[in-house]
Design a protein around this ligand. Structure first.
Ligand SMILES: Nc1ncnc2c1ncn2[C@@H]1O[C@H](COP(=O)(O)OP(=O)(O)O)[C@@H](O)[C@H]1O
Ligand SMILES: [Mg+2]
Length: 256
């Protein structure tokens, strides 16, 4: 479980995160949603310690990241897996070498065991046949799966994904969502996902934090999204075509 308490962050006097508090639950896909520019990436960067908040606490199962020294932070980082915008694979390495990279950096296991672990992760994302291919030789969806395999290589307790579906078609996006959800449940990770994709919200929104202009407006589940009366949330979801339809049906049913 990750608890964010009263996080505030300003750039040049402008508040980009304004007193945000939220709980991200273990074994669940926790979504941070909001329009582009609302502060999602800044929030996730604060949570993983890439940016320092002006005030507030970030508790990883009770351990406060904001009061850690460099060494403690490095130790905690080894419990985190990250999947950032784009797949950020190394072009000059094969898929297998990409997945082995964090293991080579941090694991003390033998080469054979590291390779075995990397192959296990590739099998988990159904990519074992691409082990010897280079990123330029595979599709966007496969790159994303390779990046997921790399992110889980060190068996992280916490998984962070910033817009994991950017650049993917809707069908591939659904598969990636399902994969992230499944491994989250399977390995009981605390997974935090930034997205503005309503399909993802309805597919894997087990715990949703909605932010607007740096303020947390609403928190709930995908089922509660449909019936929420929060105006800002409704404005956000009504901007999505799919969602307008779902909500209209829902409201007609409520009217009788
Ligand atoms: N390093 C930075 N310096 C100054 N402003 C920043 C920086 N990073 C982000 N911002 C600003 O913070 C706001 C929120 O950005 P961001 O978190 O990237 O939004 P989102 O991920 O929701 O699209 C934006 O107005 C952005 O311009
Ligand atoms: Mg962003």
């Amino acid at each position: 479980m990750i608890e964010v308490k009263n996080i505030t962050k300003s750039f040049e006097g402008r508040k980009v995160l304004n007193d945000i508090s939220a709980v991200f639950e273990t074994g669940k896909t926790n979504l941070i949603i909001g329009r582009s520019g609302s502060g999602k990436t800044v929030l996730i960067k604060n949570i993983i310690g890439l940016m320092k908040p002006d005030s507030g606490e970030i508790l990883y199962d009770g351990r406060d990241l904001t009061s850690m020294n460099k060494q403690e932070l490095n130790m905690l980082r080894r419990e985190m897996g990250m999947l950032f915008q784009g797949s950020a694979l190394f072009d000059s390495m094969t898929v297998l070498e990409n997945v082995m990279f964090p293991l080579n950096m941090f694991s003390k296991e033998s080469y054979k065991d590291r390779e075995k672990r990397a192959m296990f992760c590739l099998e988990r994302v159904n990519l074992e046949e691409a082990e010897h291919l280079y990123p330029s030789e595979i599709s966007g969806g496969m790159m994303k799966r390779a990046a997921i395999a790399r992110a889980i290589a060190l068996n992280p307790k916490y998984l962070f994904c910033d817009e994991p579906n950017s650049g993917l078609d809707p069908k591939t996006s659904l598969l990636i969502d399902d994969l992230i959800h499944d491994i989250t449940t399977e390995y009981q990770m605390t997974t935090v996902i930034n997205t503005h994709d309503m399909n993802s919200v309805m597919n894997i929104g087990e715990n949703i934090i909605f932010i607007k202009e740096g303020v947390k407006e609403w928190q709930g589940t995908k089922d509660q999204v449909i019936t929420s009366n929060n105006k800002a949330l409704n404005d956000f979801i009504f901007a999505s075509d799919l969602f307008r339809k779902v909500k209209e049906v829902e409201m007609k049913q409520e009217e009788g």
